[in-house]
Ligand binder design. Structure first.
Ligand SMILES: Cc1ncc(C[n+]2csc(CCOP(=O)(O)OP(=O)(O)O)c2C)c(N)n1
Length: 662
């Protein structure tokens, strides 16, 4: 192995050596502890340390790294104390994730390390978001995301690189090509000659280097870092290495040809570097022995400290509290008297106004979405925004929902607020993983908040067929860590959107498209919030209660108008997660006859959840079975007659009659 020290002084070369050796020695110890059953799982990075260490040492300490499961060297080079790492691996309360995450699936703000989710690829787009924050604030920094050769086959790899290239983001993507993805050799993973060649396809520079040569990794990353910052461009680097042990320790390595292991054994990053330092007289045999001895003692001492964890005592309150970051601002609520004298506006105007005032209020708020800049978005909600706030903050995106949700999270990690417009709520499916697994879980897992709002133009009644009309709110209601908001009036739309943007947690904001231009109402011109998690009494009544939201509110109001003899209590939920159980209870008590109405399909819709809660908590107030009126359990059809038949409102009359006659 050829080493080129360039002008690096001896101390720097020695420092690299120490940083390279430590994770190897820790791992060797961990493999023993694993066999003794003291830790449960281990993903070995033995033989690949030069990449983790070389990359980390080439960066500034406050530059974010998105490592994966084989990157112990990142954590040690960032000087995380081993005692705490060890507690993390044991699942202790005082580890980095309070026992909630396994192995390397955790991050830490102080060390600027973003914890991975198992899905590998999503890490890369988070680096885009961090790099965007650096770009917007003119910080001379890069972010770095790791991927394996296997991970490069994921769509997330493509989306992240494409966004970084299109937006000229200073981000370095590091591929650790270690020959296998679990048991799959690279010959069954991709067909291109080298993964670095893919860079050209995205319009960025790429390079392949020897990932086992610490000096080559270190020096190249230093150079790329400079390039990315100076040119404000991304870079793809493929580091060639080999996985010397099984995918994880229990899975073995039978499928790897022995001669290949022998070949790579010769290229061991530590042995080769050690030999080089000895040859150059930078270190002596005694020096190596001394360093190893000191590390051994450090490891033993830290492990002893690591064993000293109190036994885990689950605290349900804390488990639920830690789902969310606390609100960190003074909320300005609307006084009822303000509402009356307000000008009438359309539903869409309420949303637009809320968003506009939020942009004025928060200079760190960035909007992202397809066609939202000059074009103003598919529904023209951001029309004029690019002119008012600039295209840096009102960003057209390529069609890559997953990467944009990831980028929104990355922005949040650097203290920005992000709002992403899904062009249609239906397309959340292609950003689903990032929403469900990254945004929703990150605060619970390791305390990083996701200050992200995703606007979801939703719903049918517009003859747009199965992929532009779905009601998919229930998917998100089932995901702890998200807030799900669904207004029905212009005033609520404005106040709830402002509240969602002020909230430091991920909020899915559903906007019914059919209401955009058909519903009018008073919208106060001031900047105000409507509290998330609070339902609204639309009208009191004595005969039956309808609990609903979104378009359902207007169906119920119309029904009440058409049936003046019927006294209907109508509750607009406004927020679906968390639900306002006090308001639901009051609504049940008011009439004793409850109908849950929603446009979402019946089975698995939120009506079922509320019905169960009412049955459990309000049984004695009921005078009839709880009824649900939802849409047909089929995809939403295109033809207007079919769509009408599909919609819950076509069975509303029947349901009310049934309830009244019970
Ligand atoms: C989306 C997804 N599919 C499958 C897996 C299961 N899995 C975990 S690691 C892995 C192999 C990853 O290979 P590579 O990206 O080359 O990284 P390496 O483990 O070699 O470092 C697989 C298939 C996963 N974690 N996520």
């Amino acid at each position: 192995m050829q080493f080129n020290r360039k002008n690096y002084p001896d101390e720097e070369l020695l420092d690299l050596y120490k940083n390279l050796l430590l994770p190897r020695m820790i791992e060797e110890k961990m493999l023993v502890l694993l066999r003794q059953g003291k830790i449960s799982k281990w993903f070995s990075g033995i033989g690949q340390e030069a990449i983790s260490v070389g990359v980390t040492m080439a960066l500034q300490a406050d530059e974010w790294i998105m490592p994966l499961h084989r990157n112990l060297g990142v954590f040690t080079a960032r000087k995380m104390p081993l005692s705490k790492l060890f507690k993390q691996w044991q699942g202790s309360k005082d580890g980095y994730s309070k026992g909630r995450e396994r192995s390397f699936h955790f991050g830490n703000k102080e060390h600027h390390i973003c914890g991975m989710i198992s899905h590998l690829g999503p890490q890369m787009a988070i680096a885009d978001g961090v790099a965007l924050a650096h770009k917007l604030s003119n910080s001379e920094k890069v972010s770095v995301a790791f991927t394996g050769d296997g991970g490069t086959s994921e769509g997330d790899f493509h989306e992240a690189l494409n966004v970084a290239a299109v937006w000229d983001l200073p981000v370095i993507f590091v591929i650790e090509n270690n020959g296998y993805g679990l048991s799959t050799p690279v010959s069954e993973q991709y067909r291109c000659f080298s993964l670095a060649d893919r860079a050209k396809g995205y319009g960025m520079e790429g390079i392949q280097i020897d990932g086992n040569n610490i000096l080559e990794v270190y020096d190249t990353i230093k150079r790329l870092r400079k390039y990315c910052i100076e040119n404000q461009k991304p870079y793809l680097i493929e580091c060639m290495t080999f996985r010397m042990r099984g995918h994880e320790e229990a899975s073995g390595i039978k499928y790897v040809p022995v001669q290949l292991l022998g070949l790579w054994q010769q290229k061991d990053p530590i042995k080769n570097y050690e030999d080089y330092l000895l040859k150059e007289g930078i270190i002596t045999e005694q020096g190596i022995t001394d360093i190893r001895k000191a590390f051994k003692e450090y490891i033993e001492t830290e492990l002893q400290a690591g064993y000293n964890s109190a036994p885990m005592v689950p605290d349900t309150k804390e488990e639920l509290k830690d789902l969310f970051a606390s609100l960190n601002h003074t909320q300005i609520f609307l006084h009822p008297s303000q509402a009356k004298a307000s000008p009438e506006k359309r539903f869409i105007d309420g949303i637009k106004e809320g968003l506009y005032q939020s942009m004025e209020k928060h200079p760190n708020l960035v909007l992202m979405g397809q066609d939202i800049a000059e074009y103003g978005g598919a529904f023209k909600i951001t029309e004029g925004f690019a002119e008012a706030f600039g295209k840096e903050r009102v960003r057209n995106t390529p069609i890559c929902e997953s990467a944009i949700v990831g980028a929104a999270l990355g922005l949040s990690m650097e203290g920005y607020k992000a709002m992403m417009e899904m062009q249609f709520a239906d397309f959340a499916t292609v950003g689903f993983n990032q929403i469900i697994n990254n945004l929703a879980k990150i605060h619970y897992r390791w305390g990083q908040n996701a200050d992200v709002v995703i606007r979801m133009p939703t719903g049918g009644g517009v003859g747009a067929g199965p992929f532009h009309s779905q009601s998919n709110e229930a998917w998100f209601v089932h995901t702890p860590g998200l807030k799900v908001v669904y207004p029905s009036t212009p005033m609520d739309a404005k106040g709830l959107l402002i509240a969602a943007i002020n909230d430091p947690n991920p909020v899915l904001f559903f906007e019914h498209k059919a209401l955009y231009r058909s519903i009018n109402g008073p919208v106060p011109e001031t900047y105000y919030e409507i509290e998330i998690g609070k339902a609204r009494l639309v009208q009191p009544g004595d005969d039956i209660t309808i609990i609903t939201y979104g378009a359902g509110v207007h169906w119920a109001i119309q029904y009440a108008k058409d049936h003046p003899g019927l006294s209907m209590y109508i509750l607009d939920l406004r927020t679906l997660l968390p639900l306002d159980y006090d308001a639901i209870e009051a609504a049940v008590k008011a009439t004793g006859k409850v109908l849950l109405l929603h446009e979402d399909t019946l089975t698995g819709g939120i009506g079922g959840e509320i019905a169960a809660w009412i049955a459990e908590h309000c049984f004695e107030y009921l005078d009839a079975p709880i009824l649900r009126c939802g849409s047909l359990d089929s995809p939403i059809p295109f033809n207007i007659e079919l769509e009408n038949n599909f919609m819950a409102h076509s069975r509303l009359d029947e349901c009310v009659e049934k309830l009244m006659n019970y």
